[in-house]
Design a protein around this ligand. Structure first.
Ligand code: 26V
Length: 865
């Protein structure tokens, strides 16, 4: 059994699900015999929920579900309880629950909502769905009991579900949180994406080097999805455009693609809290119109006969593993257009079927573009309106720019998507014409504002143009999305300010109301209630079960921050999760760690700007300090890393190798013993995050200020009571504002300081000269101490720091070291530490994605919640 799921079956669930099911159950139960034991605490307010009869899974409901699962196992899977594997039990359970979701779904579908939200995202990093579905349906205990009566353990069944890893990191996980929140707060919404055969690669370490293996989540089918062959659209590529005069002076263009691919819908239901709303995540699978060229096949060319099919199906074959859009390959552009076109065709068809007239699309549909990956929606919606519905340009532009909205997720120049004009002309000739025309009108408009006379008018035009002409001609997808959208948003207050003052400054000057801030959020149902049932139960006991509906009630925990009985329970909940994580660590890495040490966690994609290297260098400096004074009273620490590097990102892979080589040296040094351990957990994933986060004491959020748009792991960790050591970057700033400056460890330059320092010369050399500790750590790494078999292995890292240091590690190092020693001291004062941790949990309610979604609904989409 996978260890991260073992906890489900274990005691630390603490009966929480009995409680949650009880709250969700439609009718009060009568039998209290299985009710969780009444917990009394001198200082706790007696929680209201315990005053009522608890409502465990009723006998009838358990028997019904048991029979449903048995039926699915026999008739859908074709297995008997004797022959069924864990995976078969999972599929049978999921299918039985899916039926319940369908029942709820039909209620949702019955009425046509006034306005729907369409969330277009190339990535949805979902993870597992079983516990999500059970929890939101209030069926955790019913399912547990039903399986138990069949001799099967729920935790084992949950562990058999593969993660749906259809995303790279924060952007994709955000989309998944938003989908769950929209369903939970009752926003009628549909997500659109791609049903990749292979999600994010599986990461292994071979002698400390990252290796990538294909991920195979669909190998045994996906019990959650419904294939919808009736929702199939044709997507064109290449070909030519004709022009014809349709009436006096009116010229219509028409696109004749050279190649077509089918997009076939696969729907995954998204069940909201208490099952009140069920939305749909519609994922497109690419199929060929001609599965096989029979004549060719019969002529003996067996490979050639299926080559067109292979080419078509390649589109939904694999998720691009790079966090970057620098990928730049044609297949990526094909993926983007494929899913955008299918989604727009689908939603326009639905709108016309429901409302009759496409001209009212913006009154009944709000489309959110998750980053620029679906930015081709701007010309594609124009094309559909002009060509398929015969609208005039101005009318089509009005509808388009009142329907589309765009979220920006990064300002790093190397991450901003652009496509060569030549490639666009070849692959999407009609779209390129439309983009030219949009751009021509956009630039004309600048002249009409009387700016021609300005001395820098040419520079202004170049800066707002949708085409970048500086290195060959490329379409700027961010500019295209910006210009075609009614609202454009950043994902944290700082990031939104930087959008206004840097990348989009000149576009912002044209329309000061267009850019708005929508700080990211996370769904508490996954990241607190499901991932940390022990802590959730404690919160319910302390402030009442209403906290499951209204995270604002968490604030009541503040009153218990120094209450010894509460602190003891809070610390015990953490400790049990640290024990479970220690087992996972031992099982997967062979490293034994002491659960009473401080668990210091940095989990996220490996990127230079996120500065895992800063953390590793601090580890080396700490190692040196411990070696120099082994008898000092060091705070025992376990440094835990998790994260994947893009396969082509060699510097990131070298950072992983360094972390693993340092880990080996430190962990094997008997003089260090339990004072310091270093662990890099392989194959970081949503499910692994659910195991790590409740066990974390310290959350590393140490990006170079101004570079991390928001972060969302920072929110998950703080909510679960880990203290943050972080820079004033992204949402860290807002987290500090909410938890209070006394309950977070801030260090380093702020964004303005970074901007100023980066223009200075030799800042890295100066910083290294000023810090003997940093110099010694770098020397140790450069000397080959951690790579005796290849002494120069890490020179690319140390040389870069000495000569360039684009991410200002050297400049922030000393203050980071100071903050870490302050953390050591805080840990020694356990009462203070737990008070801080509890205050973090108590004050994080604002970071619920329910709040984010309400803000989008009100201020961007204008839909009633
Ligand atoms: C891509 C690249 C590619 C080239 C190298 C540098 C670089 C840096 C960042 C990216 C990420 C692109 C988009 C993205 O995933 N942004 C993330 O979105 C999250 C949700 O809004 C947010 O919390 C993260 O801070 C942000 O990095």
């Amino acid at each position: 059994m996978a260890l991260e799921t073992r906890r489900r079956a274990g005691a630390d669930d603490g009966g929480l699900h009995v409680l949650k099911d009880a709250i969700l159950a439609p009718a009060p139960g009568e039998d209290r015999s299985d009710a969780p034991e009444r917990t009394t605490h001198a200082t706790f307010r007696e929680p209201a929920v315990w005053d009522k009869p608890a409502q465990p899974a009723s006998g009838d409901a358990v028997a019904d579900l048991r029979e449903a699962i048995r039926g699915k196992l026999a008739y859908a899977i074709g297995k008997t309880p004797e022959t069924a594997r864990e995976r078969d039990w999972f599929a049978a359970t999921a299918l039985a629950l899916r039926d319940r979701i369908v029942d709820a779904c039909q209620a949702t579908d019955a009425s046509v909502p006034n306005k729907r939200v369409y969330y277009l995202s190339l990535e949805f990093l979902i993870g597992r769905l079983l516990s999500d579905a059970m929890n939101n349906l209030g069926l955790v205990e019913t399912t547990r009991a039903a399986l138990q009566s069949l001799g099967v353990d729920l935790g084992t069944v949950e562990g058999a579900e593969p993660d749906a890893a259809l995303g790279n990191g924060g952007l994709g996980r955000l989309a998944a949180c938003f989908m769950e929140s929209m369903a939970s707060i009752g926003i009628p919404a549909m997500g659109y994406g791609i049903r990749y055969d292979h999600g994010l690669f599986r990461q292994t370490f071979e002698d400390g080097w990252q290796r990538e293996a294909p991920e195979t989540w669909l190998a045994e089918g996906n019990p959650w999805e419904f294939a919808r062959p009736d929702a199939t659209y044709t997507i064109g590529f290449g070909g030519h455009v004709t022009m014809a005069a349709v009436s006096d002076g009116v010229i219509r263009r028409h696109w004749y693609p050279a190649e077509t691919v089918l997009a076939v819908a696969h729907d995954v239901p998204v069940v909201g809290w208490k099952g009140k709303t069920v939305n749909t995540l519609r994922l497109w699978k690419a199929e060929s119109e001609a599965p096989v060229e029979l004549a060719q096949f019969n002529g003996g060319d067996h490979v050639g006969a299926v080559s067109a099919r292979m080419r078509a199906e390649a589109i939904s074959r694999v998720l691009y593993p790079s966090d970057s859009s620098t990928a730049g390959q044609e297949l990526r552009l094909r993926q983007e257009y494929f899913f955008t076109s299918a989604s727009l065709q689908d939603l326009v068809r639905r709108h016309v079927a429901e409302r009759g007239d496409v001209r009212s699309l913006h009154d009944h549909a709000a489309i959110q573009l998750n980053d620029t990956h679906p930015a081709i929606a701007v010309p594609e919606l124009m094309r559909i309106l002009l060509e398929d519905h015969g609208l005039q340009w101005e009318d089509a532009w009005h509808v388009t720019t009142n329907t589309l909205h765009y979220t920006n997720h990064t300002l790093l120049p190397e991450a901003l998507e652009t496509w060569p004009v030549e490639l666009m002309e070849r692959l999407l000739p009609r779209h390129m014409q439309i983009i030219y025309l949009i751009n021509w009108m956009h630039l004309e408009e600048q002249g009409r504002h009387g700016r021609q006379g300005e001395t820098n008018f040419a520079a202004h035009l170049a800066s707002v143009s949708l085409i970048d002409e500086s290195q060959g001609r490329r379409v700027r997808m961010g500019h295209l999305a910006f210009h075609g959208a009614r609202r454009v948003n950043g994902v944290s207050a700082l990031h939104t300010d930087l959008m206004r003052s840097t990348v989009f400054r000149d576009l912002h000057a044209l329309d000061g109301d267009k850019i708005v801030n929508k700080t990211n959020g996370i769904t508490f149902r996954r990241w607190l209630h499901n991932a940390n049932p022990g802590l959730t139960r404690l919160a319910v006991e302390a402030v009442g079960s209403g906290v499951l509906d209204d995270p604002g009630l968490l604030r009541g925990l503040d009153a218990f921050a120094e209450d010894p009985a509460f602190v003891k329970r809070y610390a015990a909940a953490r400790f049990s999760r640290k024990q479970a994580l220690a087992e996972i660590i031992a099982e997967r890495t062979g490293i034994e760690v002491d659960p009473s040490a401080l668990f210091d966690v940095q989990i996220k994609r490996i990127h230079e700007y996120k500065r895992q290297l800063l953390n590793v260098i601090e580890t080396v400096a700490l190692y040196q300090a411990i070696k120099a004074e082994p008898h000092k009273d060091w705070t025992p620490r376990v440094k835990i890393f998790g994260g994947k590097a893009a396969p082509s990102y060699s510097q990131a892979k070298l950072i992983i190798k360094l972390a693993l080589d340092v880990a080996k040296a430190v962990n094997d040094d008997p003089e260090v013993a339990d004072r310091l351990k270093v662990v890099f957990l392989p194959n970081y994933s949503v499910s692994l995050a659910e195991a790590i986060i409740p066990a974390a004491d310290l959350s590393e959020q140490i990006s170079t200020a101004g570079m991390e748009a928001s972060g969302t792991g920072n929110m998950k960790l703080a909510l679960n009571g880990a203290l943050t050591v972080g820079t004033l970057d992204g949402a860290n700033i807002e987290i500090r504002d909410h938890v209070g400056a006394d309950n977070i460890f801030i260090f380093g330059l702020d964004a303005a300081g970074v901007q100023a320092r980066i223009t200075e010369t030799n800042y890295a050399q100066k910083a290294i000269q000023a810090s003997p500790r940093l110099g010694a750590a770098l020397d140790m790494i450069a000397s080959g101490r951690f790579s005796p078999d290849e002494p120069n292995r890490f020179r690319p890292l140390t040389d870069d720091l000495r000569h360039r240091d684009q991410y200002l590690l050297t400049v922030d190092f000393d203050d980071y070291w100071r903050a870490q020693r302050q953390i050591d001291a805080a840990w020694k004062d356990q009462a203070r530490w737990w008070a801080m941790a509890i205050r973090n949990t108590a004050r994080m309610a604002w970071f619920s994605s329910d709040r984010s979604m309400r803000e989008y609904a009100e201020e961007i989409w204008r839909v009633q919640v």
